[in-house]
Design a protein around this ligand. Structure first.
Ligand SMILES: C[S@@+](CC[C@H](N)C(=O)[O-])C[C@H]1O[C@@H](n2cnc3c(N)ncnc32)[C@H](O)[C@@H]1O
Length: 208
């Protein structure tokens, strides 16, 4: 899979990932990672974890990928076509404040996204999706409706979801994500979280 390290583009294959995993028994994948701040924070705080940020855009990752801890990897990929190198890796997955096709895929149950999410996750993997009410508004939904849709989609795709939980300004400030901080200091410091666990026999691909 294509990775970025500062201005350098690198390829990391499964054999190289396996070598990284020998030193880091737990793996966390952050989809739509943006500028990589969350990954950088997790990797520094959790040295036994290999933390992999994935985003379709390379440019915002240049700075943090250059100075990320060695257990942080930044992959350039579309979340709707996740690289097979990531299959079966993740004990945890996060999606923080998605927009664009990542958000639409979660709301509409895009089979490409759900299939990839299922592929990369281990049984019992924990998934946290933090959703920004403003992004839903652009799609004509309020945050509660949007979170309910995301929960329903994930449930159909083999995840067991807890009831969506609101995130206030204090919780947003405590999240090491650039968008969490933007929201926390904006006019409407509010978001909603869907937390889910991957079922052992999860069936993905709701719609092709
Ligand atoms: C609002 S930003 C959030 C960034 C980061 N998670 C944070 O909390 O600061 C949404 C991110 O989702 C990424 N994104 C949207 N659709 C995507 C897709 N299909 N595949 C990969 N990344 C995607 C965008 O490139 C952008 O970086």
């Amino acid at each position: 899979m294509e990775c970025v390290h500062g201005k350098q583009r690198t390829e990391i294959d499964r054999a190289a990932l396996d070598r990284c995993m020998a030193a880091h028994p737990y793996r966390w994948i952050d989809l739509g990672t943006g500028d990589g701040r969350y990954v950088q924070h997790l990797a520094a705080a959790l040295p036994r974890w290999l933390v992999i940020g994935v985003d379709a855009c390379r440019e915002p990752l240049r700075e943090r990928s250059r100075r990320g801890p060695p257990n942080a990897i930044f992959a350039i990929a579309n979340a709707l076509a996740l690289p097979p190198e990531l299959d079966g890796l993740a004990h945890r997955v996060s999606v923080n404040f998605p927009w664009g096709s990542l958000l639409v895929g979660l709301i509409e149950g895009d089979g490409r996204l759900l299939d990839g999410l299922g592929r990369v996750s281990r049984p019992q993997a924990l998934l946290d999706v933090h959703l920004n009410g403003g992004a839903f508004a652009e799609l004509g939904l309020d945050a509660e409706q949007g979170a309910a849709r995301v929960s329903a989609v994930l449930t159909t795709a083999g995840w067991r979801c807890a009831a969506p939980a609101p995130l206030g300004a204090r919780q947003l400030r405590s999240l090491a994500s650039t968008w969490a901080h933007r929201l926390a200091h904006g006019p409407r410091p509010w978001a909603i979280t869907v937390r889910a666990v991957r079922l052992e026999s999860g069936t993905a691909a709701v719609r092709p």
